[in-house]
Design a binder for this molecule. Structure first.
Ligand SMILES: [Mg+2]
Length: 236
């Protein structure tokens, strides 16, 4: 058992009779952060082909701005294109983004151990994925890893029109699964999207930051429990 914050997730799950475990996808199960730089570099190569007079100093700055942009608040591609002075709505902007998206699907990997953990979790729980993003980005990730056969429900925010932290995306899941929030938990890496959203929808909110972010990120959205490994949901 590993706990931070003093509450064992497994104990909480047992006490509350949790039967449905929902998980975030990006940076909870698959390592989207790790491929940020290679994606931006590929986008820059396309930008250089399409706009041959890009100043090298500006190109380096755009690379850095893209890699370090907050992916939720700003977005890496918008920051990158803005630094290059390229309108994302133009043909050039769209071609650069297309390359950025293609490389993601090619390069993306599981977070170590995540697939095996899903197999173990599914022996005990109904499993779901609740993920933010457009369908044309999220479904190729789901298919690449065969996630449809590993979980029972998949809710993509772009499909349902509600994005975490909006509680309505979780209400869509509860409706589909036919369970109440009191017996559902959501696990994710983002305090802003996963924890705030799960709490708003009255699910048990479990913070799982595989990259070991510091607890000072919690701020006003206190998770019910914090885990270091997905298996901490099982053994308490
Ligand atoms: Mg995430």
């Amino acid at each position: 058992m590993t706990t931070r914050g003093g509450v064992s997730a497994a104990k909480l799950i047992e006490e509350r009779g949790i039967t449905l475990v929902s998980l975030d996808l990006d940076d909870t199960l698959v390592d989207s952060d790790a491929v940020a730089e290679v994606r931006i570099r590929a986008a820059l190569a396309v930008a250089r082909q399409l706009v041959p007079d890009i100043d090298p100093v500006r190109a380096e700055l755009a690379l850095s701005e893209g890699v370090h942009a907050n992916p939720v608040v700003v977005g890496r591609m918008p920051a990158f294109l803005a630094t290059l002075g390229i309108d994302p709505k133009t043909e050039t902007g769209q071609a650069i983004r297309a390359e950025y998206n293609r490389v993601l699907i090619d390069e993306l990997e599981w977070i170590e151990g995540a697939r095996d953990a899903l197999l173990r979790l599914r022996e005990r729980f109904t499993l779901a994925i609740v993920t933010n993003g457009p369908p044309e980005m999220q479904w190729p990730k789901v298919r690449k890893f065969g996630i449809e056969s590993l979980v029972d429900h998949i809710v993509v925010s772009g499909d349902v029109g509600h994005h975490k932290p909006d509680p309505r995306i979780f209400e869509v899941l509860l409706e589909r699964a036919g369970v109440s929030a009191s017996v559902a938990a959501h696990v994710g890496d983002s305090i802003h999207s996963d924890i705030a959203g799960a709490r708003a929808a009255k699910l048990t909110a479990i913070w799982y930051p595989p990259k070991k972010r510091e607890p000072d990120e919690i701020g006003e959205h206190e998770p019910d429990a914090i885990i270091d490994r997905l298996d901490d949901l099982l053994d308490g």
